[in-house]
Structures are given as structure tokens and as C-alpha cells.
Write a protein that binds this ligand. Structure first.
Ligand code: DI6
Ligand code: FE
Length: 413
């Protein structure tokens, strides 16, 4: 915890000082990276100093100061897996499932993802953006400062591009950072029924254009019985690598396809879901430094019974992240704070593991080293809570008392 700049630096942006906070920095070394009576200094978009309030250099004290009076400060939350851009909803399908139909049966009968594809294609650019912005605001109100947003409900070149462009527009118009992921290999669109390899051929030709237009930060695929085969997934990854785009994978959600080991061979940033992950997959993820993104919202909503192998991931030292997986079919959740509770209650993570999962490990799952902790030199993205310890937020259900969010050094209105 060192000073890398101060108010005295000529030409530096004016500093803001946040004093008398309980800080969960998630810096390594101590539980929670805890600082009981802490201070934090920001300049422009970055944190320039963080540490015990009593050590705050006198030179920094005259700047714009806020006394937080013991409130909890955490890094801004990172939702590392969402499908935020889509048209329509699937509340009717929810009713069908309550009457006994399974998620896979509905998908095979042409509902599921494909019904959202129809609604997405029918929505205007403006409607897609407006719906995604409403959802983003709900996440942001609970301290989220970075959101990953996947395509995957367009499934045609222009519609996939429209969805990625809507996600990019969120970052331009809202005080939030967005990472986009191209997920054309999410489901087979109706016009390619029975011809999945032809669809993959087509989808591979879209990627270079998406990259050229600056629409895509990473590439994902759904490797499962109702998604794409490992061989098809490998073709997607090969094209992503050729374009120098990082990959991630919806892996081992409904069955074990050995997708995690495949993704690890491509140095994947993350493998996500993982209920059916094998010891072999865990070893491969460990070797490649791939983050395990666990999605308790989908597990809960689909009433899954097979738990992801949390104890084995912990034992192997694979970093675990937690995300909402917000989507209309398997996880309509828009509360990353609720996911903290679900990760603890359903998956038996400790509250600290769950919190690292929505901060430092979530940032890593997106390949971002400049956020997810409170430390000098990192982005000044943080949340102020009406709580005295982060475990309280993992413990409560339906109550996330976020007082203030600072994004890139600027308090959100
Ligand atoms: N796995 C999921 O849980 C979501 N996508 C995926 O590959 C579900 C998407 C949906 O049902 O609309
Ligand atoms: Fe997903």
C-alpha cells in the first residue's frame, strides 16, 4: 500500500480523500485484505493511496474529503457472466417448467433460447438497448461497476452485431464498464436446423468483422448436449485464437463434455457453470490458470441437483468467481449481492470466497488486472455500504444497502 502520486504532482487531477471507512481491499495476505479504520485517495480514474487512516500522508489531507464514519467500502462488483442484451422474456416457459416440462425438453421443442432469438430479432436497436440499460441499472444499484455482456440471441451476422453494439453503447451512456463476448455458438438458429456444422462455418466468418468494428473482447461457446459439440467448439476457439481474441466456455453445465480441458488447451480466461466438471477438467484449468465461474442463479432456477465440485476446485487452488448469468431462460436474476448468499448457501463457499468471486476473481475471469481490489494504481471503482462487514451482505437475503458507488473516481449521481 504505497503512494504512487499525490496532490503535489504537477498537472495531476485533483485528489479526493475518503476517510474513516472499513475497507475490504481483497489485497492478498490478510483475510478480506481488511483495514479497520481506512482511508482511500483517488485522482482522476485511479486510486492513488489506500491504507490505515492514521497513516494518511499529511500532504493528502487538505484535498476534497469525505468522512465515511465507519461505513464499509468494497471494490466495485464485477459481474463476469451475463446475457444482458435480448428481447422479450420467458415467464410462460417458467410456468411450463412448474407444470413438469424440463429445460431441455422445452429447448428441444423449439422453445427456450430459440424463442428469445425470435424476440431479439424482432426488437429494434433502440428497444434492445433500452431493455439492456434497464437491466444494467438494476445491477449497478447494488455496487456493480463492470459487467460482461454476451451476444448469443441474434444468431445471424447482423443481429449478433446489433446485440454487441447495444452492449458497447451501454458503456458509452452509463457509468459502468462493459466487456463484450461473442457467443454466436450459443444455440442453433432455426434456419440451420439439422446443419450445425454449416452454422458454425457461417458464425466463424462473422468474428473478424466483429473484431474489426471493435465490438468484441472475448469469444464464448455453449458446449453441451443442447449446444455444440467439443469438435465444433474447438473450431470456434481456433478462429478466436487466430484473431488473438481470448476464449471462455459454457462448460459441463448439463453434462460432462470434457469442455473445460478443451478450453484450458486454448488458455481460456474462464470456464463457466461446471456442475459436471471432472477431476481431469479441474487439473487442466489449474494448469492453464483458468478461472471457474460458478453460477448459483442458474443452478437454483433450473432446480439442478448436481453441485459444482467446489471442494475439489478449492483444494486444487483454481480461483472461483461468482456471476449472475443473467438471461431470460435459466437465470433471470439481476442481483449479484443475492448471488453471494446463494454461493454460500447452495455451493458452500465461505463469505470471503464468494466476495473474492465477485471482485478480484471476477476481474481475472475477464482478463482485467486493473480492478477487483482496492490498491494504489488500480481503477477507483468502489461501493460504500450501510454495513460494517462484507459478510453481512452475504448473509442477508433481498437487502443490499448500497449507499454510494464511485466509478472511475466519480461518485455516481
Ligand atoms: N446456459 C445457460 O444457462 C444460458 N445459456 C447457456 O448456454 C441459458 C440461456 C437461455 O435459456 O436463454
Ligand atoms: Fe450463461
Amino acid at each position: 500500500m504505497t503512494t504512487i502520486a499525490s496532490r503535489a504532482t504537477p498537472g495531476a487531477a485533483p485528489a479526493r480523500v475518503w476517510r474513516h471507512a472499513r475497507l475490504a481491499t481483497f489485497q492478498p495476505g490478510t483475510p478480506w485484505g481488511w483495514v479497520e479504520d481506512g482511508a482511500l485517495v483517488t485522482s482522476a480514474e485511479h486510486i492513488t493511496w489506500v491504507g490505515p487512516d492514521r497513516d494518511l500522508p499529511a500532504a493528502l489531507r487538505a484535498a476534497d474529503e469525505t468522512d465515511l464514519q465507519g461505513a464499509l467500502v468494497t471494490p466495485g462488483l464485477v459481474d463476469a457472466h451475463t446475457h444482458l442484451v435480448y428481447g422479450g422474456d420467458r415467464a410462460g416457459e417458467f410456468e411450463q417448467r412448474l407444470q413438469g416440462a424440463t429445460y431441455e425438453e422445452i429447448a428441444r421443442a423449439g422453445g427456450g433460447i430459440r424463442s428469445t432469438v425470435a424476440a431479439t430479432r424482432a426488437a429494434s436497436d433502440e428497444a434492445l438497448f433500452a431493455a439492456a440499460a434497464r437491466r444494467a441499472h438494476v445491477l449497478m444499484a447494488e455496487g456493480v461497476t463492470t459487467i460482461e455482456a454476451k451476444s448469443g440471441y441474434g444468431l445471424a451476422e447482423d443481429h449478433e452485431a446489433r446485440c454487441l453494439a447495444a452492449a458497447r453503447r451501454l458503456a458509452r451512456e452509463l457509468p459502468v464498464a462493459i466487456r463484450t463476448t461473442s457467443l454466436a455458438a450459443h444455440a442453433l438458429p432455426p434456419e440451420y436446423a439439422g446443419r450445425p456444422d454449416d452454422y458454425i462455418d457461417a458464425a466463424l466468418t462473422w468474428l473478424a468483422g466483429q473484431k474489426e468494428r471493435g465490438l468484441v473482447d472475448a469469444v464464448d461457446a455453449f458446449c453441451d448436449t443442447i449446444g455444440f459439440t467439443p469438435a465444433q467448439t474447438e473450431r470456434v476457439f481456433t478462429e478466436a485464437k487466430r484473431l488473438d481474441l481470448p476464449v471462455k466456455l459454457h462448460a459441463e453445465q448439463l453434462s460432462d463434455q470434457d469442455g473445460a480441458a478443451l478450453a484450458a488447451r486454448f488458455g481460456a480466461l474462464s470456464c463457466d457453470h461446471l456442475e459436471h466438471l471432472s477431476p481431469r477438467g479441474i487439473a487442466a484449468m489449474k494448469a492453464s490458470g483458468t478461472v471457474a465461474v460458478l453460477l448459483p442463479g442458474a443452478f437454483y432456477f433450473l432446480r439442478e441437483t448436481k453441485l459444482p465440485p467446489v471442494a475439489a476446485l478449492r483444494e486444487a487452488g483454481v480461483p472461483m468467481a461468482i456471476a449472475t448469468d443473467h438471461n431470460p431462460g435459466s437465470s433471470p436474476a439481476l442481483s449479484l449481492v443475492l448471488m453471494l448468499n446463494m454461493a454460500c448457501t447452495l455451493f458452500r463457499l465461505t463469505p470471503e470466497e464468494a466476495w473474492r468471486g465477485v471482485t478480484v476473481h471476477a476481474a481475472r475471469a475477464l482478463g482485467l488486472a486493473d480492478r477487483g481490489r482496492l490498491a494504489a494504481g488500480l481503477r477507483a471503482d468502489f461501493a460504500v455500504w450501510d454495513a460494517s462487514h462484507p459478510r453481512e451482505l452475504a448473509y442477508r437475503v433481498g437487502h443490499a444497502p448500497c449507499r454510494q458507488v464511485v466509478f472511475g473516481g466519480a461518485p455516481r449521481a
